[in-house]
Design a protein around this ligand. Structure first.
Ligand SMILES: Cc1cc2nc3c(=O)[nH]c(=O)nc-3n(C[C@H](O)[C@H](O)[C@H](O)COP(=O)(O)O)c2cc1C
Length: 307
């Protein structure tokens, strides 16, 4: 039996639920893997103007994971549209552009520009950017329900493209922020970005990252990310996209059973560039072997009856 692998995220229809996560995948991978076997590609987060990013070292390996503090280095929207966008293959794999900004007006301008580009299938709003309130930096946008609501609402009014709101796990109750972005008009909520973390070299006594602190990703965060997806799934009606330490199709299936309609693969791509493609094939095989007619049947289908 062949399983229907398609997934709907608002008006966006994906050929399967597997995406590659922002910041971990570039157009150059088209030379290495069969990009067309993925549901979607999410670009690295772009900002209106270019950013230099954080001082090196920007990555460090940790037990069962990695730290990064890239600091949203990119050359800005215009350069992205002119030089990067054409390199992504056109076809049935959706291209989702991740955006961030310091001000609401920057998000709006980017959303309006991207709205005009046919190749762009959806916008992912990276809410893990500084929350600039009263001119002072006060944590991240996604740590503030009201700020998250305002950004998503402003982007919603600026584009017809499907919107994915990406949340930070560095909060007490992620489901509250998910509810806020749902109210603001997001078509889907994505959990999670990286966990605030650090590591120290005990010989030099220096932090392993030039920025001192960074974000933890990879298998180390998977069980926590999974619980956050479950919490969000129980509070919102829009699709949830799961990310955090997904290394193989079993991890992906776990996320779907806990409520994720689709999943993203990040750090695992650095271990094996073909991981996301292998996960797409693996989920298909898992469904076929378990008599699943539509992959969406897995979503939230965790059996929480008596063990
Ligand atoms: C090197 C690196 C760069 C990243 N850059 C971005 C980024 O630009 N925008 C973003 O929203 N998330 C970024 N992320 C976070 C990932 O998209 C993902 O949410 C997170 O790493 C958890 O998934 P994983 O454990 O599968 O990597 C980055 C992660 C890594 C490891």
């Amino acid at each position: 039996m062949k399983t229907d692998m398609t997934v709907k995220i608002g008006t966006l229809k994906l050929k399967n639920p597997v995406m590659v996560a922002s910041g971990t995948f570039g157009a150059e991978y088209r030379k290495l893997i069969d990009v067309g076997s993925l549901g979607a590609i999410v670009t690295k987060t772009i900002t209106l103007k270019g950013r230099a990013g954080n001082p090196p070292p920007r990555v460090a390996e940790t037990s069962s994971g990695m730290l990064n503090s890239i600091g949203l280095e990119n050359r800005g929207l215009d350069d992205f549209i002119r030089n990067k966008l054409p390199l992504f293959p056109s076809g049935k794999t959706a291209l989702i552009v991740s955006i961030a900004g310091d001000k609401e007006t920057e998000f709006i301008q980017m959303a309006e520009e991207l709205n005009k580009i046919k190749k762009v299938a959806a916008i992912e709003i990276n809410l893990s950017c500084p929350n600039v309130k009263h001119g002072a930096r006060e944590g991240l946008v996604a740590q503030d329900e009201e700020a998250s609501y305002n950004i998503v609402r402003a982007v919603r009014a600026s584009t017809k493209l499907p919107l994915v709101a990406k949340l930070t796990p560095n909060v007490t109750d992620i489901a509250r922020v998910a509810v806020a972005v749902e109210k603001a008009g997001a078509d889907a909520v994505l959990a999670v970005n990286t966990f605030a973390a650090m590591a120290v070299d005990i010989d030099t006594k220096k932090p392993k990252l030039g920025n001192v602190t960074g974000g933890l990703s990879g298998p180390a965060i998977k069980p926590i990310a999974l619980k956050m997806v479950w919490d969000i799934y129980n509070k919102v009606d829009i699709p949830v996209i799961g990310a955090g330490g997904i290394m193989n199709y079993c991890d992906a299936a776990e996320f779907m059973l806990c409520g994720a309609s689709a999943i993203q693969v990040g750090t695992a791509t650095f271990v094996n560039p073909n991981t996301a493609c292998e996960i797409a094939a693996g989920i298909g095989k898992y469904c076929a072997e378990n008599g699943v007619k539509k992959v969406s049947e897995l979503v939230g289908n965790i059996n929480i009856g008596a063990l």
